[in-house]
Design a protein around this ligand. Structure first.
Ligand SMILES: [Zn+2]
Length: 268
């Protein structure tokens, strides 16, 4: 008799607890999903920033409206350079006989991430060259960057998006002389690619190389080492220093030198 009672009480207790928690947590609520997954991607539309010499994003409506048969139908055509907005640089972009977009193994694009926050150095200097020394200093504080990590550098440039003048340094079409934003130095690229054997790198500026670069050394070092790059990343400041997984899935353009990228971080 006592046992039956206890079991009933337990059932009532857990029943009440469950019904109290479901509205808060939800079985799979979107609030919970939004908390766990952070979108690091800028949208592709008429405001999306492209390199001054590249073709920007265009969306042309092929059809939008009710058809003769009465149903709704929408379809668009789009065009753009591979290299603009949030996108992937394949190693083949600046290195011969290296991976194109469709060659990159998926395990180089999905993996544990770290955020290296260098805003205190980059924000005061739009021509800042990220050095190997910056990563040594970061490692001293947060620990060694492990092999196969995806290293994301937070420069703070995201805050200027989508102002062409502030983000790129120039808003003149074709002007590559007055580009000003931070990027990786050659020795920083060597350190990450060779000494740390990272899977991929990314940052919240238009290019792996800094704006004033004329020889694109960082692109060439990363390309040579088959390290893919992610450019124009969004809201890196919302990520913890570590404890998240990057999922970076570019459009699988056959023989692409780059591609539009949907990139998210899944928090542990
Ligand atoms: Zn690119």
């Amino acid at each position: 008799m006592k046992q039956v009672h206890a079991r009933n009480y337990r059932r009532i207790f857990f029943g009440l607890l469950f019904s109290a928690l479901v509205p808060i947590l939800g079985p799979n609520s979107s609030a919970q999903a939004e908390k766990r997954i952070i979108d690091l991607t800028h949208p592709f539309d008429e405001t999306t920033l492209y390199w001054p010499t590249n073709k920007s994003f265009h969306l042309d409506s092929a059809h939008r409206g009710r058809t003769e048969k009465g149903y709704w139908y929408e379809s668009n055509d789009y065009s753009a350079s591979e290299h603009g907005g949030t996108h992937l640089d394949a190693p083949a972009h600046f290195a011969e006989n290296r991976w194109h977009v469709d060659d990159i193994p998926l395990d180089r694009l999905i993996g544990p991430g770290v955020v290296v926050d260098l805003r205190f150095k980059t924000m005061p200097n739009p021509d800042y060259l990220i050095r190997a020394e910056d990563f040594h200093e970061w490692e001293h504080q947060f620990g060694t960057i492990l092999e196969n990590s995806i290293v994301l550098v937070l420069t703070g440039w995201d805050q200027y998006w989508p102002s062409k003048k502030d983000y790129l340094g120039t808003d003149l079409p074709g002007d590559v002389e007055h580009l000003h934003f931070p990027g990786f130095s050659e020795d920083a690229a060597r350190f990450l690619a060779r000494d740390r054997k990272v899977s991929a790198v990314g940052l919240d500026t238009p290019s792996l190389d800094y704006g004033q670069s004329k020889d694109f050394k960082a692109h060439r070092v990363f390309g040579e080492a088959n390290v893919p790059g992610f450019e124009n990343l969004h809201q890196l400041g919302a990520l913890p220093t570590r404890g998240f997984r990057v999922i970076a899935l570019p459009m699988k353009i056959g023989k692409g030198s780059g591609a539009p990228l949907r990139i998210v971080a899944e928090l542990d």
